[in-house]
Design a protein around this ligand. Structure first.
Ligand code: T5A
Length: 214
């Protein structure tokens, strides 16, 4: 697969969408073809699953049902959009991916990590990010940013303790996979965060050009 797959992770309102748009501009200015997408979602079927997952009226959703719906949306997204784009040599920037399931459904909800890993393998079928940015900040600050947009979705309505566990979940993944996952302090200005991301990407592309990175 010739393309480049970059994912953005972090607590609610940490600035993923903002940073993806800036990185797209940066890459397009260099002549790259960039696809922006998100999870859950990215294709019509997966967006329909997103509506079910995030509807505040679905507070009774069982944790296992939640997990399987996130993975179902991912399986469709990978098959229909991400894999074909990577095979065409494009750069795919994705707002959340399997690390979100590990942090939200694993660390925060307490579902079994091994079961999650098996489901990731089925849903992704070998498609895995080359590079991941975890935008790290205190969850209460991110939720404040998200709140300014209006009504909270079903996940945003979870307790602050839940969102703190999510944050710890992402930090755990970054510790386990330091080559793939970069922690970015997202409490800084938009420009400072963007600069950090661009520097890390340039470093990665340099390593890739010499065969030192996948
Ligand atoms: N989920 C998802 C799971 O539980 N399991 C899974 O497997 C997956 C894939 C998805 C929900 O589903 C959960 C996680 C989520 O709860 P979502 O739409 O992706 O929902 O929700 P968020 O990730 O919270 O997305 P948001 O759009 O709310 O947040 P972003 O994209 O991180 O933040 P952004 O860029 O929209 O910025 C938010 C606000 O802050 C400002 C922006 O202008 C904007 O107003 N901002 C800053 N302000 C000051 N300083 C900065 N540095 C700023 N950066 C951005």
């Amino acid at each position: 697969m010739m393309g480049l797959f970059i994912t953005f992770e972090g607590v609610e309102g940490s600035g993923k969408t903002t940073q993806m748009q800036l990185l797209r501009q940066h890459l397009e200015a260099r002549g790259c073809t960039v696809v922006l997408t998100r999870e859950p979602g990215g294709t019509p079927i997966a967006e329909t699953i997103r509506d079910v997952l995030l509807d505040p009226a679905h507070g009774a959703m069982a944790p296992a049902a939640e997990l399987l719906l996130y993975e179902a949306a991912r399986a469709q997204h990978v098959a229909e959009l991400i894999r074909p784009a990577l095979e065409q040599g494009k750069i795919v920037l994705c707002d959340r991916f399997a690390d979100s399931t590990t942090a939200y459904q694993g660390t925060a909800r307490g579902l079994d990590y091994e079961a999650l890993d098996r489901l990731h393998r089925i849903a992704t079928n070998g498609v895995w990010p080359h590079l991941t940015f975890v935008l790290d900040m205190a969850p209460e600050e991110g939720l404040d940013r998200a709140r300014e947009r209006g009504r909270f979705d079903r996940m945003e309505q979870e307790s602050l303790e839940f969102h703190e566990r999510v944050r710890q979940g992402f930090l755990r993944i970054a510790k386990m996979e330091p080559d793939r996952v970069t922690i970015v302090n997202a409490a800084r200005s938009i420009e400072d965060v963007a600069r950090h991301i661009q520097l890390r990407l340039d470093e990665y592309l340099q390593a890739r050009s010499t065969g030192a990175a996948p």
